[in-house]
Write a protein that binds this ligand. Structure first.
Ligand SMILES: C[S@@+](CC[C@H](N)C(=O)[O-])C[C@H]1O[C@@H](n2cnc3c(N)ncnc32)[C@H](O)[C@@H]1O
Length: 231
């Protein structure tokens, strides 16, 4: 997944996501449903960019990728960060809020693992706790062979990342081609990402099967929607 590009992740996504604003909105959603919520777990926390701005909480994070966790540990040396698979993890504790942002849930790939991931997240909620999941695209809105490109232009870091998204059944496949320029020279590499395309009904069903009541906001932070569950 992101192992080769973890050190570039923040530069690539800086222009795409507004982490301070998203953290403030998460806080609003959580406090509305569970006033006084104090503990929070970020699933697929990546480089810790949301955690950094969730300053009102005692936070922890979990991610599958050791390279992403390495960047998060440099950013947040005092935050407990766990390596694990969101579809099957047990931290032996519960939180007032569990969040899983930026479509990371899509990486579970299959509907069976979607259910298992949502139920693992739900098992980490305190009674009355809140689960917020930002989904990946549903099959109806996926546009096949869309050309994606991101360009970073900093004084000592230039990145061009391109891909043509493809669909195989209910999997969306991205073969990202990176060209990276630094004072040390130019580097080229590619990375393959596979994300499951799940319907709104599959997400809702996964939340209900985990014993949660669920609201669906079709917009969310960047038009992909947001699911908000509570015990
Ligand atoms: C698009 S990034 C999002 C990172 C972060 N949440 C953000 O908003 O910037 C997706 C993240 O999901 C993680 N990931 C993918 N599959 C995972 C799994 N099965 N369990 C836990 N994390 C996973 C990746 O390592 C990566 O850090």
């Amino acid at each position: 997944m992101f192992s080769r590009s973890a050190r570039l992740y923040d530069a690539v996504y800086a222009s795409i996501r507004d982490y301070p604003r998203e953290a403030a909105e998460l806080d609003r959603l959580i406090q509305e449903r569970r006033p006084g919520a104090r503990t929070l777990l970020d699933i697929a926390c990546g480089t810790g960019a949301h955690l950094e701005h969730l300053t009102g909480y005692e936070v922890e994070g979990l991610d599958l990728d050791p390279e992403m966790l390495g960047v998060a540990r440099e950013r947040l040396p005092n935050v407990p960060l766990h390596e694990g698979d969101m579809a099957d993890f047990d931290l032996g504790k519960r939180f007032d809020a569990v969040v899983c942002m930026f479509s990371s849930i899509g990486y579970v790939r299959t509907a069976e693992r979607l259910r298992s991931a949502v139920s693992s997240m739900a098992r980490h909620l305190e009674p009355g706790g809140v689960l917020v999941v930002e989904p990946w695209l549903s099959p109806e809105v996926w546009v096949d062979r869309h050309v994606g490109a991101v360009f970073v232009d900093q004084p000592e870091l230039k990145i061009a990342r391109m891909n043509v998204g493809e669909r195989e059944g209910n999997l969306s496949i991205f073969e990202f081609e990176y060209l990276v320029g630094t004072p040390n020279g130019l580097e080229r590499f590619n990375e393959r990402h596979e994300l499951g395309l799940f319907t709104v009904e599959q997400y809702l069903e996964a939340f209900r099967a985990a014993g949660l009541e669920v609201d669906h906001d079709p917009e969310g932070p960047m038009g992909r929607g947001l699911y908000i569950g509570s015990v």
